[in-house]
Design a protein around this ligand. Structure first.
Ligand SMILES: [Zn+2]
Length: 854
């Protein structure tokens, strides 16, 4: 086990030197790639001391090193190359190194590696040090020129093309950038191309590069890109700044995608789409991720982060921007609900357990472990709150100032907040706590009606998190509306600004006691604790004018009913079923919204709710209660459900539009419930008639959910066996719908089939990630779920520590369960920690998760 160093935000020092330019030459070879780097350096005038030069590098074989043309022998250790201060000139100098690396043997997928015969790179956060010696930190920005020598037909790097010939190509990036935004691709690729003209008239060549044969599955990604480029001009006034914009789809990729300057690299599942192979969710995700990476060109690339503690500066803002974009492209209400579902299932869960950390952490061991829901999703929520607090106009002015003031900078959260302070004159020091303190605030609310005055009293509690026992009250924007008992809105949406631990707000001039609609649009990432009678929730589900809170009322009611079923063996509430029936059959509502209302809370979400009530969740009981609830609802919805399904089952030609996707979502939700009544008969014929992947997967899931569909699984595999992205769904579904007692053996069986490439991160996640997400299966009392996940994490870790560490968060909720389960989970975590040669990535995660159980 290697003992790794902890890095602290407080220790930040500017780098000793400035890098004025970088010239890189790559002579590509699978096992012996040569990288020549010429760096023009000079001492950093911001540093008073005269320091040595220390460059990062890992796994590099040094061939030669010269300083101003003279060979030198630097000091080399496994992580760095150092030249002593007395050997360095006082002014500018040129350092040239040549190293050899072996991309073919790079299974970690960081640095330069190979995927299906093509060369590609992933440098964020610290992958560039696996390519050449360099100050691999985001505040060192430089101009890069790149020459690639290879017999591959397509040779790409950042910036604009600067020349090419047989076996070589040159690229020149005019925009200074940190090394983490470097990219190189070489392969036998085909382009799906289009043209774009920016608002100021700059023509841009757009290319999406894929393997031969996949060109016809890029149209939606290209369409999304063009819409994102136009949207960023119109909404943020940001134009693209190079002559070309390239996207490359890669099969082996640790993450979703990467925003390298002018050359985005994508996990192929977020590029390729056709009606036959992509679900509506895939289309929506492609649109969002294409936009996200493109938006980084300004929020991330032109203005980057000073250090990795500031990761939320680019990610929180860019996620916020992609949410805005998706909301504008699709139904904003439906998008908001889906974003909050994700936030709760991933970020609230993280905030509630051993891995809780602030949006801007103060320290880390391995930065790869901080690409988290907190940095991304909560980081975006914090910006949403800021926008609510200052208002849309001030937000726009602050952003203009941010782009103006910091273009070309490596900035900090302090810089970001300062532009808002300068534009509005507000003091944001209390607001900054959202960046520095972890944990989800819990907001209690009570109301009072006396002498015609209605009073809402809020109390906020900020629970302790690892390393942060004491918390301060936060600024919480609480959007509310008030409804009359007859359903009319008497106070339309207003924002209450809470700054103290306990605060009351009065409303005069009301004729009757109103029904409050609190936290409209989910205006702050908090847990709202309000004891409301079921009738009030049902009333809001029927009458609230705020679509988020309308949905939220049904969701809160469903969670209460489920908690009562689990904890008190209560029956399924008729109130809840009546309320859901009313929404389901309300033709005036958006079908996508009705589909969301039919979706029951996930089992992990119910466990989180029960844990929040101070009780110990029982995964088996939760699983049984949720099934019972779905079964009862299917019966309650009666014949109307079959009619609804028939009405939606039309023959309209396929379109990925959100309107059609919404109808399909409602149709599939109805099919899932109908299957509980007919044991999958209708789903079986729906599978046979399916005209899109959404329908095919929806029908298959409905069948598996009622223990049918074995024949359909065979048919599906025969049809799609050669398409890896489609087959990932096939694997994941079988584990997701497996009986809890058997889930781990289903996963084991699938993974050990010959030809199963578990080294591919998508495939690994499809099975092990699905097992972790099968709540009752992963937490089965036998301990089989824990054991299988731990076994495979240990197997993957030596090859790909980054993915192993991320999937290990499956264990992050272990302290919330009963003693017997905790004992089993702890044993697996301790077994991992005791394994010789465990990576620093996985070691840090396991240690943090274990620390919480003490
Ligand atoms: Zn991003």
């Amino acid at each position: 086990m290697s003992k790794q160093k902890t890095v602290y935000l407080a220790d930040y020092l500017p780098y000793s030197h400035l890098v004025d330019s970088v010239d890189l030459t790559f002579r590509l070879h699978p096992t012996a790639t040569r990288v020549l780097a010429r760096l023009r350096l000079r001492p950093n005038p911001d540093r008073k001391d005269r320091d040595h030069l220390r460059l990062d590098g890992e796994g590099l074989r040094l061939i030669s090193c010269t300083l101003d043309g003279q060979p030198i022998t630097p000091t080399i250790d496994p992580r760095s190359l150092t030249i002593a201060a007395h050997e360095l000139p006082h002014g500018p100098f040129t350092l040239e190194t040549e190293v050899e690396i072996a991309p073919e043997g790079n299974t970690a997928l960081e640095g330069l590696y190979m995927s299906n015969g093509m060369y590609c790179t992933q440098c964020e956060a610290e992958g560039f040090r696996k390519i050449t010696w360099y100050p691999d930190r985001p505040d060192v920005m430089s101009r890069f020129k790149v020459r690639i020598e290879s017999d591959m037909p397509v040779l790409l790097s950042n910036g604009n093309p600067a020349g090419q010939g047989p076996g070589w190509a040159e690229w020149d990036d005019p925009w200074p950038k940190p090394a983490y935004l470097f990219a190189l691709v070489a392969g036998d690729l085909r382009a799906h191309s289009a043209k774009f003209v920016t608002a100021s008239g700059r023509p841009v060549d757009l290319n999406i590069w894929v393997r031969p044969g996949d060109e016809d599955r890029c149209a939606y990604a290209m369409d999304s890109l063009i819409r994102a480029m136009r949207w960023d001009e119109q909404v943020y006034g940001r134009e693209y700044d190079l002559d070309v914009f390239n996207i490359v789809a890669v099969d082996d990729f640790n993450m979703g995608a990467m925003e390298n300057k002018g050359l985005n690299i994508f996990n192929s599942r977020y590029v390729l789409a056709s009606p036959e192979t992509a679900t509506d969710d895939d289309y929506a995700r492609i649109e969002a991720i294409i936009a996200h990476e493109y938006f980084h060109n300004w929020t991330g690339n032109r203005i980057t982060c000073r250090d990795w503690f500031q990761l939320c500066l680019k990610e929180g803002l860019t996620v916020f921007r992609d949410h805005q974009f998706s909301g504008d492209m699709r139904s904003a209400a439906v998008r908001r609900i889906e974003d909050v579902v994700t936030l709760r299932s991933r970020q609230f869960r993280e905030d509630d357990g051993p891995l809780a950390h602030p949006v801007r952490p103060e320290s880390f061991v391995e930065i790869n472990n901080f690409y988290t829901a907190t940095v991304y999703e909560k980081g975006a929520e914090v910006i949403g709150m800021l926008k609510s607090l200052v208002g849309d106009q001030a937000y726009k002015r602050a952003l203009d100032l941010y782009f103006d003031r910091h273009d070309g900078d490596a900035a900090t959260i302090e810089d970001w907040l300062k532009v808002f302070e300068d534009v509005t004159g507000r003091d944001l020091s209390q607001f900054k706590l959202w960046y520095t303190e972890a944990g989800t605030p819990r907001l209690k609310v009570t109301d009072d009606w006396k002498d015609g005055v209605y009073t809402l009293t809020f109390t906020q509690a900020n629970p302790p998190t690892p390393g942060q026992p004491e918390k301060h009250p936060k600024v919480i924007p609480i959007k509310i509306g008030l409804l009359n008992p007859n359903g009319d809105e008497v106070v339309p949406t207003i924002m209450l600004e809470m700054t103290r631990t306990r605060q009351s707000f009065r409303f005069d001039g009301l004729a009757a006691k109103p029904v409050p609609s609190i936290l409209r649009g989910f205006s702050a990432p908090v847990v709202l604790e309000r004891k409301a009678p079921a009738e009030e929730r049902a009333f809001l589900l029927a009458h609230d004018t705020d679509p988020f809170n309308k949905w939220e009322a049904g969701r809160a009611l469903a969670k209460e009913v489920l908690a009562d079923m689990v904890l008190k063996a209560a029956p399924v509430s008729a109130n809840w079923m009546d309320a859901v029936a009313a929404v389901t059959f309300d033709e005036t509502l958006d079908p996508a919204f009705r589909a969301l209302c039919l979706r029951l809370p996930g089992e992990d979400d119910i466990a989180q709710t029960i844990h929040g009530m101070g009780r110990i969740p029982d995964p088996a009981k939760i699983h049984a209660a949720r099934r019972e609830m779905a079964g009862a609802l299917a019966i309650r919805l009666g014949d109307g459900l079959s009619r609804l399904y028939k009405d939606l089952d039309d023959n309209a030609p396929f379109s990925p539009s959100s309107a059609q996707a919404g109808r399909r979502a409602l149709k599939i939700a109805a099919l899932g419930l109908l299957s509980r009544r007919d044991r999958g008969k209708l789903a079986s014929s729906a599978f046979a008639r399916a005209r899109s992947m959404t329908e095919e997967i929806g029908a298959l899931a409905a069948l598996l959910d009622v223990q049918q569909g074995q024949g359909e699984l065979v048919t599906f595999a025969a049809r799609w066996g050669r398409d890896a992205n489609v087959m990932d769904k096939w694997y994941a579904l079988q584990v997701a719908y497996a009986d809890p007692a058997e889930a781990h053996s289903v996963a084991e069986r699938l993974i050990s089939t010959p030809g199963f490439d578990w080294k591919n991160p998508n495939r690994f996640r499809a099975v092990i990630g699905a097992l972790a997400a099968n709540h009752a299966g992963f937490h089965h009392r036998s301990g089989g779920g824990y054991r299988t996940v731990a076994d495979w994490l240990l197997k993957l870790d030596p090859l790909n520590p980054q993915t192993a560490a991320r999937v290990s968060t499956a264990f992050e909720t272990w302290p919330r369960y009963d003693a017997a389960r905790r004992k089993r989970a702890r044993a697996e975590l301790e077994r991992m920690l005791a394994t010789p040669g465990l990576s620093g990535d996985l070691q840090e995660m396991v240690e943090r998760m274990l620390a919480a159980g003490n």
